[in-house]
Write a protein that binds this ligand. Sequence first.
Ligand SMILES: [Zn+2]
Length: 470
Amino acid sequence: MTAFRVRARTRAYGAAMRVPDVPDGGPLTRMADGTIKQVNPLTGTQVWTVPGRAHRPLRATATAPAPLDPAAAGRLCAFCERNYLRTPPEKSRLVRRAGRGDGGPGRGDGGRWEVLENLPAERLDDTVAEFRRVPNLFEILPYEYWRANYGYAPPAAAEAHRRAYLASPAGRAHVLAVVHDRLLAEGRTEAEWSAMTEGERLALSAAFFAGGHDLVVARRHVVDGATTDAELASAGTLTPGEHHHFTAYTAAAARSLYEAIPYARYVAVFQNWLRPAGASFDHLHKQLVAIDERGAQMEAELERLASNPDVFNDAALNYAITAHLVVAENTHAVAFAGFGHRYPTLEVYSKSAHNAPWEHDDDELRAVSDVVHACHAATGVLVPTNEEWHYRPVGVRAPMPWRIMLKWRISTVAGFEGGTKIYLNTIDPWALRDRVVARLLGLREQGRIAPMQIGRECPAVPGSLRYAAG
Ligand SMILES: [Zn+2]
């Protein structure tokens, strides 16, 4: 134990000495004792990294892995592939047909991929969904929010889907069972359920067909061939081709939510991985939530953008390059260790002239997906993370790049942060860079991530975000 402590200390000082000089007045300041003070150039968030706190273990509590019961395969949680009826009726699914392909939407990845929409309940088990788009049973903003505040009425296509789904006995039974589960989860009793007419029960299903909070759920709960429940299938365990489909399918779902809910000013897209990061199940899924505001952070970014249309180059990428924080890059995307975030954060920027995710062409989308996938793989399956998409909201004229933040939820925001609004972050950006670059090199060696440039190999050209050139 003692030997380990001494080594860890030496490493900590060694790491501090590798921190390059940073320009005065920028987002990063290094104090004489090694404390790093960070200010987010876009949001103003203040973060400190104090030496000595940086080498605490990433995973505080490790539960012992339990062996998997073969009888429970495909039924580990409500998102699993043999539990299709435990979610509300799916809006669509992405399936893989037999055949050969070279990877990516439209090109196949180990087969030809196809989107099936509005499947009736009777046909859910005819195919295996690689990814499914389903309504969230517990919406952040309920259907009633849009109806009561905006006079929202379901689009004709959603109404038609609902009528068709309920017309079949299996569809009707499925919907009633899910409404029943939700009411009981909300604290209603069996007696109250019994007192309701079928019409009252079915009326509660409107949100399943016309709500504004969807999930994109991946097929696997654990990796293929897993023997314990610890071998979870995270975004980083997908193949780069599967991750590309996951990203493209999610981008298309975001666009369709704007079309379904015309009052939406933004569709938030995110992925919570593991319970400490807010996930209900340890089963990979993304979330899409239509909201009627953009949020204070986006408004702050829009203000900075108004005074400097090139702020994402000037204040984010160019500074990351100056401070040697770039970790990975390919033709259309670049990732760096971020600064001024409450949690250690990898920032992946699209270099494309296209702004919204769904405006990216297939090569551009694949490039962004490859770098995000590699960041997940380098993070590892045991670290709770939030993946957050940021992009230009509808109705905003100023160009804005698509960027994805991957936040390591390894610390708990506590009283110090609440009282001061200064956040303590246990890993400074250079320590994050070193950790991630080392892992990326190993993963590339093993062929587990797509080809890309890593660390010092990256071209890292200032001004290479072309979002304002479109
Ligand atoms: Zn599951």
